[in-house]
Design a protein around this ligand. Structure first.
Ligand SMILES: Nc1nc2c(ncn2[C@@H]2O[C@H](COP(=O)(O)OP(=O)(O)OP(=O)(O)O)[C@@H](O)[C@H]2O)c(=O)[nH]1
Ligand SMILES: [Mg+2]
Length: 239
């Protein structure tokens, strides 16, 4: 099996205040359904869907949790290993917009810098909109995130959110893999430490040699044993 045939799985977390439409967005994207009833999410849930992005099959695992503060304790586990994040707010809920910087901070504390998109949902409720469009654009720029607008109800813009994130993740992964190949070459001519190499978790990470004998681990979305075998083969050749 060739490298480009390996499966890519990405964990995407959706965060934002209660009732902005996080669960609805996930349901819409994964199941094509929408319900008007509001049932606040309890605990953590996830759904998945596979899409093709830039010629790659990408499995998106969309993690859903409650926006309410009372569920704050699950934060760390929820964010762990996330490859990308959706910061969601509602057009009709000013507080949800104002809360975005603190959601972003939480994400950054738990995940570092990962591809993130800012999403304004419920754009069908245009008469009740409480956010000035320029203000929203400004926030997106300030946070370094693309701003996308959706109506989950009308099925507008939802697919673009996840395509955008998957595409950004692929770019990042390809860059990491190129770096990794370069570093492997560099490592083969530099100092070697089998103990450092065995510290890799090849099915989860790509490694980056800093040149001074230590290796920085990076999460990789690629899964499948073939990757692991090739990785081990490459490492064995070096030892
Ligand atoms: N008009 C409109 N209503 C929406 C849209 N998206 C979601 N809703 C409604 O908003 C309400 C809240 O949606 P949820 O998806 O449950 O919100 P949530 O963010 O998951 O809420 P928590 O689980 O409490 O954090 C529901 O009644 C949805 O039907 C939309 O695009 N337009
Ligand atoms: Mg929910």
């Amino acid at each position: 099996m060739r490298e480009e045939e390996l499966e890519i799985s990405l964990k995407v977390v959706i965060v934002g205040n209660g009732a902005v439409g996080k669960s609805s967005m996930i349901q819409r994207f994964c199941k094509g359904t929408y319900t008007r009833d509001y049932k606040k999410t309890i605990g953590v849930d996830f759904l998945e869907r596979e899409i093709e992005v830039d010629g790659e099959d990408v499995r998106l695992m969309l993690w859903d949790t409650a926006g309410q503060e009372e569920f704050d304790a699950i934060t760390a586990a929820y964010y762990r290993g996330a490859h990308a994040c959706v910061l969601a707010y509602s057009s009709t809920d000013r507080d949800s917009f104002d809360a975005i910087p603190s959601w972003k901070l939480k994400e950054k504390n738990e995940c570092g810098e990962i591809p993130t998109v800012l999403v304004q949902n419920k754009i069908d409720l245009v008469d009740q909109c409480q956010i000035d469009p320029n203000e929203a654009e400004r926030l997106g720029r300030a946070l370094g995130c693309k701003l996308l607008r959706t109506s989950v109800k009308e099925d507008v813009g939802v697919v673009s959110v996840f395509r955008h994130l998957a595409s950004k993740c692929l770019i990042e992964m390809r860059r990491c893999e190129d770096d990794y190949q370069d570093d492997l070459r560099l490592y083969s001519s530099g100092p070697r430490s089998p103990s450092v190499i065995s510290a890799f978790s090849p099915n989860e990470c790509t490694g980056r040699n800093t040149g001074n004998g230590t290796i920085v681990l990076r999460p990789s979305g690629r899964t499948r044993h073939h990757k692991k075998k090739n990785f081990v083969k490459n490492v064995c050749r070096l030892l």
